[in-house]
Structure formats: C-alpha cells, structure tokens
Design a binder for this molecule. Structure first.
Ligand SMILES: [Zn+2]
Length: 545
C-alpha cells in the first residue's frame, strides 16, 4: 500500500453550478459552501453525448467513449436492426476501483453507474441504477452479498423500486419528491453503516465513492418548477414543487457533510458530476420523420402494427385478475431488447431506407443502411460518403418556424471520436439545438399519428413523460469541487481528465494510454429476465419510451 492515500469521491449525478451557486449564496448548502471556500472548483465538461453511461465510464477509466466503448444504455448490434442493453463488460480500460485494489487498498463503491456486473474487490461494491434492480438491490449487483446483507439489515437496502418515473401528474410529483428525499437519507445511512462495518473488519477503504442519482432525477422532473423562465413553467405549481430541486440539493449537501465527517474531514474530498442539467424547450423533434420527408427513409404501408399490438396487450392485461396478468406477462413478454428493437426499428421498408435513427434522446444519431453490412442494407459502398453528406445537409438545413436550427451539430463520427470503438457510435453524431437556452428533445416518431417533424407540446403535456421528453435535460457542463488533496493546479479540463486527478489524490500514477489493439473484455449479456428488468428500470427512469 506504499504511497496510497485515502480519498472520498462524492458523485452527484447531473449536478450543475447553475443550481449550486445560487443555493450557496442563499446559505442553503453549507457543506458545498465550505468546500468551495476551502478548496478549488471548476465546471467539468462531459462527454459527447453528455450522458450518464459514457460520462461516468470516462471518470472511471480516463478514456473517452471512443476509447472505452460505452456510449449509451443500449448499443446497436452490428449488422442487425437490433439493440442490446450494455453493461460494464462492454467497456475497455481499468477502473479507479481496480487500480486501488491492485495497489493493495480496499474500496467502498456505492451506486456508481456502469459497474454491473460488480468487480471482485476488497471492500464492498454495490452497482448503480443500471443493475437489474426492479425488485431492489440483489446478490447479483453487489461484490460481497454477505456484507451487503449485514449492512442492509441495519440501514435498509441500497435501492428499492419505489418510484415509477414513467408516470406523471401532480400527485405523482408530490410523491416523487418525498421518495427522492427518503432515498438520499437511506443511501446516506447505508454508506455510513458500510463504512463502519468495513473499518470494524480491518478494511478501512482507501477509496470511498458514493454516487447519488437523485440530483439528476429531480432536474428531469422538476426543472420547470424550479425555473420560472422555463417555457414549460407552470405558474400554478405549489411552493413545495417549485422548491423541489433546492430541497433535494439541500438534502444531498447534508449527506455529503455526514459522509465527509465520517470519512475524515482532513482527507481529500471530491464532489463531481457526470454532466450538468438545464431546461427543455416546449418543442420535441422526430428525427426519422425528418429523414422520411427528405427521402432518406421509407415506411412500410402497414408499419403501424407495433403500437396496435402493444395496446391490445395492455387492454388484455387490464381485464385479467392481477395474478393471472403477471403469469401471462411473464410467459408472453419477449426479451426486452427485442421489444426495444421493434419499437426503434419496426415498420421501415429497408429496401428503400438509406438512413435511420434510433430516436433516443440519450444518444441522438443516424445510421446508414449500408449494403453488405446491415442485414437488409441498400446503400452501395460507393455511395456511402455521399449519403452521409445528404443526411448532414438534411439536418443542417432543418429550422424551426423562427429560423433557429433544430440541430446544433451533425458530424461524422470519426470527426467526434478517436479510439478502438468509434464504430459503435452512430455514423452521424447529432447534437440538438435549443430555443433561448432550452434544449429540444428527441422523441420517437409516433407514426400512427402522422406527426410533423417538430411538434409543440400542448399545455397538459409540459411536465413530460411518454412522447414528450422530460422537462429538464442534460447539459455538458458538470461540476468539479476538490478540497484537502494539496494538489497543484490545474484542475481537470474534462471528465476524462478528472480520472487522473482522482488517481493523483489517491497517490497513484496516471493510467496507461489506450493502445490501438485495445479490446473490451468478453461481453457478458444479460439474461432475458435481467434485460426485462433493466428495460423496466430505464423506462421507470423515463429514458425509454
Ligand atoms: Zn447522469
């Protein structure tokens, strides 16, 4: 353990200085205020896309998405009109946790996304929300089930399925806020209990890393209440809903204070987020509809079967007694990835489709239907670049009624990424435009409603939910706050760079640079049941339609 120094890393998913600075000024975040006064801080640029999986993976490995290989919750399967749910085995690079363990230190890692399946580490690792947790944290998502059970017997489970974020309505928001506050309290208690038990068994963690997802969740659902200038703002919102973002940040500040105190106030402490947060515009965007209008995508005449089938199934389930519905659902539910694939790619006439999008706001992009590569590809290799140029032109020339660009940037993937995994990214990487600082949201085209490519939400749709996007969305600029490390400037310039800063605080040498022959470890696919649970979890979080 020569040279190893203990450090505390507190991850606040989606935290932004746009919320922190005014609350610090108002005296509502005493822990962060003290850290800002004692230490150093800077905005932390995220990855492209500015999303949870690629960004936390960048912090964990010191690699960009093209180098570590994890771009989103799902990954298009090469050559097929299918997606698979991703996990830590899709990623290359060595994690911070492994580095500490290899140097002889113990690790306490709680709630970090993209860590499923857990690594065998001295200490305790409890995976983040991407673990199959529909029924709460289970043995498969923790590194030491015995220790986990002992901690949970005192502090309660790390995660329980207590909130369906696919739902909406005022009563839902009132309940959601209370659930988020209770969750932070439970995670704080779990972390303190786990730390105490590890110390009692002689495994004082060198690296304690706790990630709270509640800062992200509250901004997705309450940004419009927090921000009176939001185009989705509801002036009739009750005071507690308007204060929800602040209340969650306040509770997180309290948890950070308690964890810092327990870990050791004089030890280095870092507060970091994977990306920032901000408001969503009132308009949503249907990318495949745009491609269709530009002659790049063709629907089959009877392409509306999938929504019809879904509605029929839902109706049938409502008419069955609960127990029977459960049995029917289990028996007939196909693997979740197949359902997800059908929702994204169903109904296209592949023989007349040159380009298509997965239409996910988490990774906006366009694929080319290349002959010889895709299962029913129709674009000859000789036309590949010209087709990409046509797509980029179709996106660049797309404007809102007021003349603002719908798409801020559309770039060839090799102009965005470097590394061994560039071909996992969509061939055209898209960044959506904004209206006065409020970002447009990419929403799957509801073909059965014959929509325009850009849709303005109705008054009763502004809170968000299925087909409406969320009222708060991600921004690139996250946060970095460090104190107690005695490290020399400069502060990290990006979340990729932040990996090295954490290593330096721990007394470890910088990571080896990625090489040309890099490969991810053998991929461990989820079982069908786990895929269904992951899909359900992501749907509840509002990331899947
Ligand atoms: Zn995130």
């Amino acid at each position: 353990m020569a040279g190893l120094r203990p450090a505390l890393v507190l991850g606040l998913d989606g935290a932004t200085f746009d919320v922190i600075h005014p609350l610090v000024a108002a005296g509502r975040l005493p822990t962060l205020a003290r850290m800002l006064a004692e230490g150093a801080a800077a905005p932390l640029p995220s990855t492209v896309p500015a999303m949870t999986f690629p960004a936390w993976s960048a912090l964990l490995t010191g690699r960009s998405p093209g180098e570590h290989g994890l771009f989103d919750f799902t990954q298009k399967v090469p050559g097929r009109y299918r997606v698979a749910f991703t996990n830590a085995t899709h990623r290359a690079g060595t994690t911070l946790f492994r580095r500490v363990a290899d140097a002889g230190g113990a690790v306490l890692a709680l709630g970090m996304p993209t860590t499923f399946p857990p690594e065998a580490l001295p200490g305790l690792q409890v995976c983040g929300f991407d673990a199959p947790v529909s029924r709460g944290t289970n043995d498969r998502s923790v590194s030491d089930p015995d220790l986990y059970a002992r901690v949970a017997s005192t502090a309660g489970p790390w995660m329980v399925p207590d909130l369906d974020e696919g739902a909406s309505g005022d009563a839902w928001h009132e309940r959601a806020l209370e659930v988020l506050l209770a969750r932070i309290a439970r995670k704080q208690a779990f972390a303190l209990e786990a730390l105490a038990r590890l110390r009692a068994q002689g495994d004082d963690p060198t690296l304690m890393c706790v990630v709270f997802s509640e800062s992200d969740t509250v901004c997705h659902h309450f940004w419009r209440d927090h921000d009176p200038a939001s185009p989705r703002h509801d002036p009739a919102a009750p005071a507690r809903r308007r204060d929800a973002v602040a209340l969650v940040y306040e509770r997180l500040d309290e948890a950070c204070g308690a964890l810092r105190e327990a870990f050791g106030r004089k030890r280095p402490c870092i507060v970091v987020s994977d990306h920032g947060a901000g408001g969503a515009a009132r308009r949503v965007v249907h990318l495949n509809r745009r491609l269709e209008r530009c002659g790049l995508l063709t629907r089959r005449p009877r392409g509306g079967l999938e929504p019809w089938a879904r509605r029929a199934r839902d109706t049938a389930l409502r008419l069955l007694p609960a127990g029977a519905a459960e049995a029917v659902f289990r028996r007939f539910r196909p693997a979740a990835a197949r359902v997800e694939s059908a929702a994204r790619f169903g109904g296209f006439d592949w023989s007349a489709t040159a380009a298509f999008s997965e239409e996910v706001n988490t990774q906006p992009g366009v694929w080319i239907n290349l002959a010889g590569r895709e299962a029913a590809g129709c674009v000859p290799a000789a036309d590949y670049e010209a087709t990409r140029d046509r797509v980029i032109a179709a996106l660049r020339d797309w404007t809102l009624a007021g003349g603002q660009p719908v798409i801020a940037r559309a770039r060839r993937r090799e102009d965005v990424y470097t590394g061994a995994f560039v071909d996992r990214a969509p061939e055209i990487v898209v960044e959506l435009g904004d209206e006065d600082g409020y970002l447009l949201s990419l929403v799957a085209t509801p073909w059965d409603r014959d929509p325009e490519p850009v849709r303005t939400l109705e008054d009763d749709e502004l809170a968000g939910g299925r087909g409406r996007g969320m009222n708060g969305t991600h921004r690139s600029s996250g946060v970095w706050i460090e104190t107690g490390g005695g490290l020399a400037p400069p502060l990290p310039r990006s979340i990729v760079d932040a990996h090295g800063r954490v290593l330096a605080a721990l007394g470890l040498a910088a990571a080896a640079a990625p090489g040309p022959g890099d490969a991810a470890p053998p991929e461990a696919a989820y079982t069908a049941a786990e895929e269904a649970e992951v899909r359900d979890r992501l749907r509840r979080l509002g990331y899947l339609e």
